[in-house]
Design a protein around this ligand. Structure first.
Ligand SMILES: C[S@@+](CC[C@H](N)C(=O)[O-])C[C@H]1O[C@@H](n2cnc3c(N)ncnc32)[C@H](O)[C@@H]1O
Length: 225
């Protein structure tokens, strides 16, 4: 997947309306907690003691991310999101709850994986409730495609994992097929994974459950050589 400005994006950036609190948090805290998308992230510098280095892609408003960070204090989490109000909201949470084990990159995850994360430096990649793009003509916008998973494979250490979750069964089927087709990745389960205890419930999950949809977790490991 080359860095091409005309590449089909997995998101649409709408005029970002931010609340006053999100704006204040963004202005005050982004210099402290946000990192650049075109420099390689220094895990050792930011999280010298981390027992797990995790990249969380598309954190939305950051609710699951902040709860993950609070419950897993010894993990270092690099959150990637393009939606500025979400970045502002997560920064606001970090301030409220004195969270120090999150850093944020406000940029397209495709380029972040290409340029800002060293090969084999990551223990886990989370993609929770990615936009399902349900219409057939939009399927090409789905983030989880073979090319994207090849980028994930580059940054994962051997034995590292990718964990996707979705409430949209056709996307779950697509994710399962895509991950199965990538050599060097193996499913830890026959198909769907039991919900890992570290994944907090999210608004998207609650919405799916309220609409009687089944939540699917999918966890694959990068095979050790
Ligand atoms: C449906 S939301 C899910 C949010 C969150 N993971 C949750 O479970 O509550 C998907 C998010 O992914 C973000 N996103 C989509 N494509 C992205 C990309 N290429 N890089 C970074 N963020 C992306 C969108 O902006 C959106 O906030």
């Amino acid at each position: 997947m080359v860095d091409n400005p005309r590449r089909i994006k997995s998101y649409v950036l709408r005029a970002a309306r931010m609340s006053e609190a999100q704006k204040l948090a963004y202005d005050k805290l982004s210099p402290r907690w946000c990192v650049s998308h075109d420099q390689v992230f220094d895990w050792e510098h930011h999280f010298p003691q981390a027992s797990r280095r995790v990249v969380e892609i598309g954190f939305g408003m950051g609710d699951a991310t902040r709860r993950l960070a609070v419950h897993q204090k010894d993990w270092g989490i690099l959150g990637v999101e393009v939606h500025r109000p979400g970045v502002g909201k997560l920064l606001w949470w970090m301030d409220e709850e004195k969270i120090e084990n999150i850093r944020i990159v406000e940029h397209d995850a495709v380029e972040v994986l290409q340029k800002a994360i060293a090969p084999e430096s990551v223990d886990g990649v989370h993609i929770w409730f990615p936009d399902p793009w349900p219409k057939k003509r939009h399927h090409k916008r789905r983030l989880i495609q073979v090319e994207f998973i090849s980028l994930v494979m580059q940054i994962l250490r051997p034995g590292g994992y990718i964990h996707a979750a979705t409430d949209w069964q056709p996307y779950a089927d697509h994710i399962l097929e895509t991950l199965q087709s990538v050599s060097g990745l193996s499913n830890k389960y026959p198909d769907w994974a039991p919900k890992p205890e570290y994944r907090p419930d999210t608004k998207f999950e609650a919405r799916g459950v309220a609409a009687d949809r089944v939540i699917r977790d999918i966890v694959f490991e990068k095979e050790a050589l």
